[in-house]
Structures are given as structure tokens and as C-alpha cells.
Design a protein. Structure first.
Ligand SMILES: Cc1cc2nc3c(=O)[nH]c(=O)nc-3n(C[C@H](O)[C@H](O)[C@H](O)COP(=O)(O)OP(=O)(O)OC[C@H]3O[C@@H](n4cnc5c(N)ncnc54)[C@H](O)[C@@H]3O)c2cc1C
Length: 644
């Protein structure tokens, strides 16, 4: 069991016994609904269950957070003070049983909750040391285990999670990564102000308890350090081969193994029983094909390949793209650049999140360290908000539309909320407002977080250019209106080749079938986002149409990894060496998926986003509700597979 020991910040600052003012600040900063549940779990005090739970908008109005009235909040604070002065001891260490847990979660939500909320809630509460751990049903001999070998592609969040599971089970494995460090996305992307847009306490592994996050939304380097810490804590370093790229993988049916061609530091051929590809979705930069790029005389690079040897301070900088990354970079660069030209093809919906750049205060960390279960319920609160109702946001409502609505009541409300935020932030700049309100509904593309975006756009040294790029010239960018924007440095923030799943690895499955052949009709497809016929013993983390409709990525990555590792365990326990998704299961699933997709709003005509592939088909997201998907993917159904 891994528990990250944290030195309470209050103690670190010589506040071993915090004074009343410190405690008052801690309680003022607390999530009082989470604190209420922590106290209720510790004391069983029925008065703590007897409150009304309301909700307030959060994360730019996209999510709702369960909250208490001022009066009830004060009651919780009073009880917390008494609990703290009495020594802050829980009356029992016993973990809540099924019914008790449901009662606690319903007390948190203030309403009945689904089985999904209870089951997944248990995992997110992290009472168990390893909430999503795969266990053997009939543990095989060491010799049998040694006859299998798993290769994990990628040392990012997914690859490290897979390695930890395999290590616990004693299955031989190696993790390879072409980068020269651990962390995947968070190793590679170190552009100015790279930062996660999900709260740190929801952007974490369920088995790493009370990690001392410095920031409420961690910068990239902090996330990278966290992932590396997970690898070190679980002794994964000897299993990781960095600077090593998987170039090709060929299925050898006779041996029931994949033959891998590795390039780089560990260049060789390797035979492996199974592949868990955690190669990531946002790995291959999309370099737009803009005429004249090769003639530009200054330095230029993709945001993901930021060249820190090139100074932007005092320079005229062009940033192409206003998606999550471009909008994140611009405010930081604008502080020190002589001038920034932001080239916007179409505006994005941008949500302002309170406290986006804030640090976790010593008072909050002290509460995590001191009040039993507070950290658990604090993390649960984030999960509960982020896994809330998505249908109303992402499905069109025909009745609402018949009454003149655009998408659905919730989507239209969110649209008004976000548009009003733009009007308020830029009240004195009607020229910018006109350029910044999108003409498509929120959630047809990924919502961007306001990293100081609106404030930076008002700066004298920033221009928002919307006339469309005609070509790059030796000295800058020529827009379609014939104006040249002189530049010293050009940053392309044009996203990633997300539709090219598993690319550029040359996979050759049963009878040599390639991915291009298997996906020729309308792009990448899979069963449950994880496997495909003709590509046995290959499990994909974050695979085609695997992106769930709600929730943070860490829980889903753990769930995908659990399914992949469970598949390997099931295969070993069945004495089989090949596990191949049945064609009929795959076809049936995909037909149902296409039908279910018709109700979703992602493929608005005329919109380009990473969600849609070149066939115009949504190949990233799934149409199923999170609870449905969660239950399908909890563990593999062996009748879906041909085991041999
Ligand atoms: C700039 C940026 C910002 C993001 N911000 C957020 C955010 O705020 N919130 C959020 O939820 N998500 C965000 N994402 C999505 C992000 O990718 C995930 O958060 C997460 O890091 C995915 O983890 P992963 O393990 O699946 O993949 P990755 O982190 O992409 O790791 C995959 C690894 O596989 C390696 N690899 C790939 N192919 C090969 C090969 N053939 N051979 C060897 N190694 C290979 C890569 O080098 C990489 O290290 C962001 C992505 C980017 C690019």
C-alpha cells in the first residue's frame, strides 16, 4: 500500500498546534459539504445528515457543485471546531459497507443516487488502498506467469498505471517510451504556462492518497513530477526503457506473440505476449499545411516542441491557434513579448474558473492531514461534480428545439452564461466581443479554460487577427485581407493528429492485416475503445471512440487499464495465449454506437475539431452515458472474445 506521507504545511511553518485564527481560516476555505460528510462518517452525528443540499455553478458554469446554505455551513463549522478540539479521532476505522456507503453518498448529494455513483464513488473515495486493483482469481505458478510477457507502450499516466498493475500481479512486463523522461504529455509539453485544466485533486491516481499538490490546477512540471513519483514509489524504473520507440508490431499466430521492432536506445526485436498501448491521443503534433511556411526567416515551432533556446522576450510573436494550448500560452507570452498577433480561425467557448492559478493553502492541506476522511470527500466532491448530468449538455432535446431552443435547455443556458461572461469581461471592447462569441453550441468542441485569456486580449501589445491566413512570408504572416503581420517568431498551436490512432506504428495483425486496411471505411474503430478483431492481445488505453462523455481523465485511464490488465489475467487463468475480439461483437457494438451517436451534438456541420475524423465521423468521443460505459468496461466479458 502506498501512502504519500505529507508533512502538514502548518507544521512545516511551525504551527504544530494551530491557533483559533488558523482553524477559522481553514474552515472558511473548506468545502463544507465534504467536511460535513467527513465528520458524519467519523461521528455518526445525525444532525449532520439533516441538511438541505443545493448546488452552485463551477468550472465556468459547466458543472454544478453540491453545496450547503450559509446556516448549515455554519453548523458544520461549529461541529468541526468541537471535533478538532476533541482530538479529531474517527469513532471507528471500519470502511463503510455497501448500504452505509450509499447512505453516505446520498447524504452528500442530498438525493438518491445511481448504483454507478456508489460503485465508482467507492473507487474515487479511495478508502481502499488500491481501489481499482486487478486481483488473481486463481493465481498461477511463477513459471506460468513467466511464460507471458506484456509490453506497455508509453510512460504517461496510462503506461505507468498499467505497469503498477502488472507489477502487483507479478506478470513480466516492460514499458517503452520514445521520450527521454517519464510523464508522457506532461513530460513533453513545457511551453510557457502549460497547466492542467482539471482540478489536481481529480487529476490523480486513486491509489496515491493525500498527495501534497502545490497548485489547485497543477502546472505541467508538477503533474510530470507526480507521475514520475508514482513510478518510483512502485519500483517501476527498472522496467522502463526510455528513448525507445515502437516502430512496428507484427502478429505471429504460430507463436501467439507480437514481434516488435524497437528503435532508439534499445533498438532490437522483441517477442511479447500482449501489448497495452498507452501511446496517448495527443502525441503527434498537427503541423498545418500553410503556404510559405518554409520561407519564414525567423524561428518557428509547434507548441508541443517549444524551443526554449529561442527567446520570445522583446520579440514580435505570432501564435496560430486559439484552442486549449494557444489560449494557455498567449497570456504568458504577451507579458514579455514586444507584440503578439493571435491568429484565430474560429473562436472557442472559454470558461473562467475561479482560483485557476491558486495554490493549495497550508490551511487546506492541514485539514486534509488532520480531519479523517476530509481529503477523501474533498476528492469525491470533484468527481461528483464532473460526473454530473451530461445528457442535457450534449444531447439535442427535440421538445426544447420545437419551442425555439437551439440544443437543450442546459446547453442553451450554458451558452448564454459563457457569452455573458465574455460580454462582462470585455464590456469596453465591443470589437473583441464580436470576434469572440462562437456561433456553435458549447461542447461541440473541447471547452477552453481562461488562463488570463480575456485580460491579455485587452493588452496594447496583443492583436486578435481573424481575417484568415493567406500565407507565411519571410517576415511574417499575410492575411487574406492583404495585410502583412511582421513577426520574429511563429508558434503553431494547431493541435494534434488525433484521428491517427496508434500511428505511426506499423501494426500487422492476423494474416498481416494493417490498421489502414481495418479502418479504411470511415476511420479508427474499436470495441469499447479498447480492442479490435484481427489484432489479438492488443489493448488500447484511450482508444477510438473511447473518450467518455464526462469526468476527468485519470479515473477513465485507470478503468481502461484495469480492463486491459484484467484481460491479460483472464487469458492466463484460462490457459489461453490468444484473446481476440469477436467480429460479430465488434460489428454489433459499432452499429449501436452509430445509432446512439445520432442524438449527440458533436458533428455540427461546418465545424472542425479534433473530435471529427477526415470522414466527418466522430472518432474520439463515445455516445454512451458514463454509467453505462463504466459497467460494460468494469471487466472483460469473456464471451466477447475468442480465446485460444
Ligand atoms: C498540451 C496538452 C494539454 C493537455 N491538458 C489536459 C488537461 O488539462 N486535462 C486533461 O484531462 N487532459 C489534458 N490533455 C490530454 C493528455 O494527453 C492527458 O491528460 C494524459 O496525459 C494522457 O495520458 P496518456 O498516458 O494516455 O498519454 P500520453 O501522456 O500522451 O503518453 C503517451 C506516451 O506514449 C509514448 N509513445 C507514443 N507512441 C510511442 C511509440 N510508438 N513508441 C514509444 N513510445 C510511444 C509517448 O512518447 C508518450 O510519452 C492534454 C494534452 C496536451 C497535449
Amino acid at each position: 500500500m502506498i501512502i504519500v506521507e505529507t508533512e502538514p504545511k502548518a507544521q512545516a511553518e511551525g504551527q504544530n498546534a494551530p491557533d483559533a485564527a488558523f482553524i477559522a481560516r481553514a474552515l472558511d476555505q473548506a468545502n463544507l459539504n465534504a467536511l460535513r460528510l467527513a465528520l458524519y462518517q467519523s461521528t455518526g452525528d445525525p444532525e449532520l445528515a439533516d441538511v438541505n443540499v443545493g448546488s452552485v455553478p463551477w468550472w465556468g458554469g459547466v458543472f454544478q457543485v453540491a453545496t450547503l446554505s450559509l446556516e448549515d455551513g455554519d453548523k458544520v463549522k461549529q461541529k468541526a471546531r468541537a471535533f478538532l478540539s476533541g482530538g479529531a479521532q474517527a469513532s471507528s476505522d471500519a470502511l463503510p459497507s455497501g448500504d452505509q456507503l450509499r447512505a453516505l453518498i446520498e447524504a452528500f448529494a442530498g438525493e438518491p443516487v445511481s448504483d454507478f455513483m456508489v460503485e465508482m464513488g467507492r473507487e474515487e473515495l479511495s478508502f481502499d488502498p488500491y481501489p481499482r486493483g486487478v486481483e488473481w482469481t486463481r493465481e498461477p505458478s511463477e513459471e506460468t506467469k513467466r511464460s507471458y510477457h506484456v509490453t506497455v507502450i508509453g510512460a504517461g499516466i496510462g503506461g505507468i498505471a498499467a505497469g503498477i498493475q502488472l507489477k502487483r500481479l507479478g506478470i513480466p512486463f516492460v514499458i517503452i517510451d520514445e521520450n527521454d523522461g517519464i510523464g508522457g504529455t506532461w513530460w513533453k509539453n513545457d511551453y510557457p504556462d502549460a497547466r492542467v485544466d482539471i482540478a489536481s485533486h481529480h487529476f490523480q491516481y486513486s491509489f496515491m492518497r493525500n498527495y501534497p499538490w502545490k497548485h489547485n490546477f497543477a502546472p505541467a512540471r508538477e503533474v510530470q513530477k507526480y507521475i514520475e513519483q508514482a513510478a518510483r514509489d512502485h519500483d517501476l524504473i527498472p522496467h522502463i526503457r526510455l528513448n525507445t520507440k515502437l516502430a512496428a508490431a507484427e502478429w505471429d499466430e504460430g507463436r501467439a506473440k507480437w514481434r516488435l521492432t524497437l528503435e532508439g536506445e534499445n533498438a532490437k526485436e522483441l517477442r511479447t505476449s500482449a501489448i497495452i498501448s498507452a501511446a496517448g491521443l495527443f502525441n503527434r503534433p498537427n503541423k498545418p499545411d500553410i503556404a510559405g511556411l518554409e520561407t519564414f526567416e525567423g524561428p518557428w515551432f509547434h507548441s508541443t516542441e517549444w524551443d526554449h533556446g529561442v527567446e520570445y522576450q522583446g520579440k514580435r510573436v505570432g501564435i496560430v491557434g486559439v484552442g486549449s494550448t494557444g489560449a494557455q500560452i498567449m497570456p504568458r507570452v504577451a507579458q514579455d513579448a514586444a507584440h503578439v498577433s493571435v491568429f484565430q480561425r474560429s473562436p472557442q467557448w472559454v470558461a473562467t474558473v475561479d482560483g485557476y492559478k491558486s495554490e493549495v493553502t497550508p490551511e487546506t492541506q492541514w485539514l486534509f492531514d488532520t480531519v479523517p476522511y476530509y481529503w477523501n470527500w474533498y476528492c469525491f466532491a470533484l468527481f461528483h461534480a464532473m460526473f454530473g448530468d451530461v445528457e442535457g449538455l450534449q444531447n439535442a432535446d427535440p421538445e426544447w428545439q420545437a419551442k425555439g431552443g437551439i440544443i437543450s435547455e442546459r446547453n442553451d443556458n450554458l451558452r448564454n452564461y459563457l457569452a455573458e461572461n465574455i460580454r462582462t469581461k470585455l464590456a469596453d471592447r465591443p470589437d473583441l466581443i464580436a470576434k469572440l462569441i462562437p456561433d456553435f453550441p458549447p461542447f461541440t468542441k473541447r471547452t477552453v479554460i481562461d488562463n488570463g485569456w480575456f485580460d491579455a486580449l485587452r493588452r496594447d501589445n496583443v492583436d486578435l487577427v481573424t481575417d484568415g491566413i493567406d500565407r507565411i512570408t519571410p517576415g511574417g504572416v499575410m492575411t487574406k485581407d492583404g495585410k502583412e503581420h511582421p513577426l520574429d517568431l511563429l508558434v503553431l498551436s494547431a493541435g494534434f493528429k488525433t484521428e491517427d490512432y496508434l500511428w505511426p506504428v506499423q501494426y500487422a495483425g492476423v494474416n498481416g492485416v494493417t490498421l489502414e486496411q481495418a479502418w479504411a471505411k470511415d476511420g479508427a474503430r474499436s470495441y469499447l475503445g479498447m480492442s479490435m478483431p484481427q489484432f489479438p492481445n492488443l489493448f488500447i488505453v484511450y482508444g477510438p471512440n473511447g473518450q467518455a462523455r464526462a469526468g476527468g481523465l485519470f479515473p477513465w485511464i485507470e478503468i481502461w487499464v484495469r480492463y486491459a490488465v484484467h484481460s491479460v489475467v483472464d487469458m492466463i487463468e484460462a490457459g489461453a495465449h490468444v484473446m481476440e475480439c469477436r467480429q460479430s461483437v465488434f460489428d454489433d457494438y459499432n452499429a449501436k454506437m452509430d445509432t446512439a451517436m445520432e442524438h449527440c451534438i458533436w458533428d455540427v456541420p461546418g465545424q472542425q475539431s479534433y473530435y471529427l475524423n477526415k470522414f466527418g465521423r466522430m472518432s474520439a468521443n463515445m455516445p454512451w452515458k458514463p454509467d453505462q460505459y463504466y459497467h460494460w468496461i468494469k471487466k472483460p466479458n469473456l464471451t466477447d472474445f475468442d480465446l485460444r
